[in-house]
Design a protein around this ligand. Sequence first.
Ligand code: BMA
Length: 372
Amino acid sequence: MRLKKNLNPMKKLSFLLISMFFIACSQNNAVKTKAELLEVLKKTAEKGEILYGHQDDFFYGHSWVGENGRSDTKDVCGAYPAVLGIDLGKIEYNSEFSLDSVPFAFMREKIIEHCSRGGIVAASWHVDNPMTNGNSWDIACDTVVRAILNETSETHAVFMQYLKNLSDFLLTLKYENGENIPLIFRPYHENSGSWFWWGKNFCTENEYIALWRLTKNYLDARGLTNLIYCYSPNLGADKAEYLSRYAGDDFVDLLGFDIYQFPQKNENGEIVDLADGVYIENVTRSLSFLTEIGKEHNKPIAFTETGCESIPNPKWWSETLLPAIENFPICYVLTWRNAHNRPEHYYSTFAGEQSADDFLIFFNNKKIRFLE
Ligand code: BMA
């Protein structure tokens, strides 16, 4: 910082003090501990507010990649999302790039920047299959979780190395003062479906729970006590199904749901039914019983992933998403990523996109909060 030469010493001193005060205030926005982050999530819901989140928002967008400071969300409404979704897939090999080609060094930089400004990060982990070396979607074998739990197996050894590499990365996410950044960690998601190797048809309830506990115990032992563990099955039938693979109140801090909208298409790939009604019904039914579970277990709740690919309804934000969520005490809603290399694969708006004007209605709704 350079001080103006013509200021007298007293003025210089007050200028310095005022600047230090503002710098301190801006750093004070940062959420410092796990307890503080939990409090922020709970308070947000109590105030009737919902934080907006977007996956990979700072890393790339619909038609750009790796531009420092850019965000599809900000391009449209002038603000960054409050919650940055990230995915740690491929960190298990200590790779340079994530499964969606994000350099982990850039990811780290953006996480630190976002959290230092008071933002929140929610991390999913599309971890590869430790038995087959296939990806998360490799479901050829239905004994992967069992093998991980068998301490004498090769798969167990491989998976423990995956956890080590994951934790090595997480341990580098620190504020300038060296303290670990509190993060939402959302592993083994959509487990009530059967498309990931940890899915419902590929492990028993007890095996899934044991995998979850093994993970938390390992990360705790590595000093990662700053993580908010988020359990997020896919669209659910009822409370009993939701809780059947719940690892317990000591192992989970935040309860979530992933629910997407799938328009019906004809044989030519044309949409014949947007399925807005089915989506709203699915979301309201699931969030209703999630609200009850949250109260019963004294845990905050969130809508951890959602969207409708290519947003075919230009009024989706105000006429579909908002009515589906506005009456529930969810602390955040997160829309999935806008891929830069698959033109149809986007779940949030971007400059020039057909729902951009409607997104502004959503943005201006006083319940929905962005990074301030
Ligand atoms: C899926 C798709 C994939 C992506 C994965 C992990 O839903 O978006 O293209 O690799 O999530 O981010």
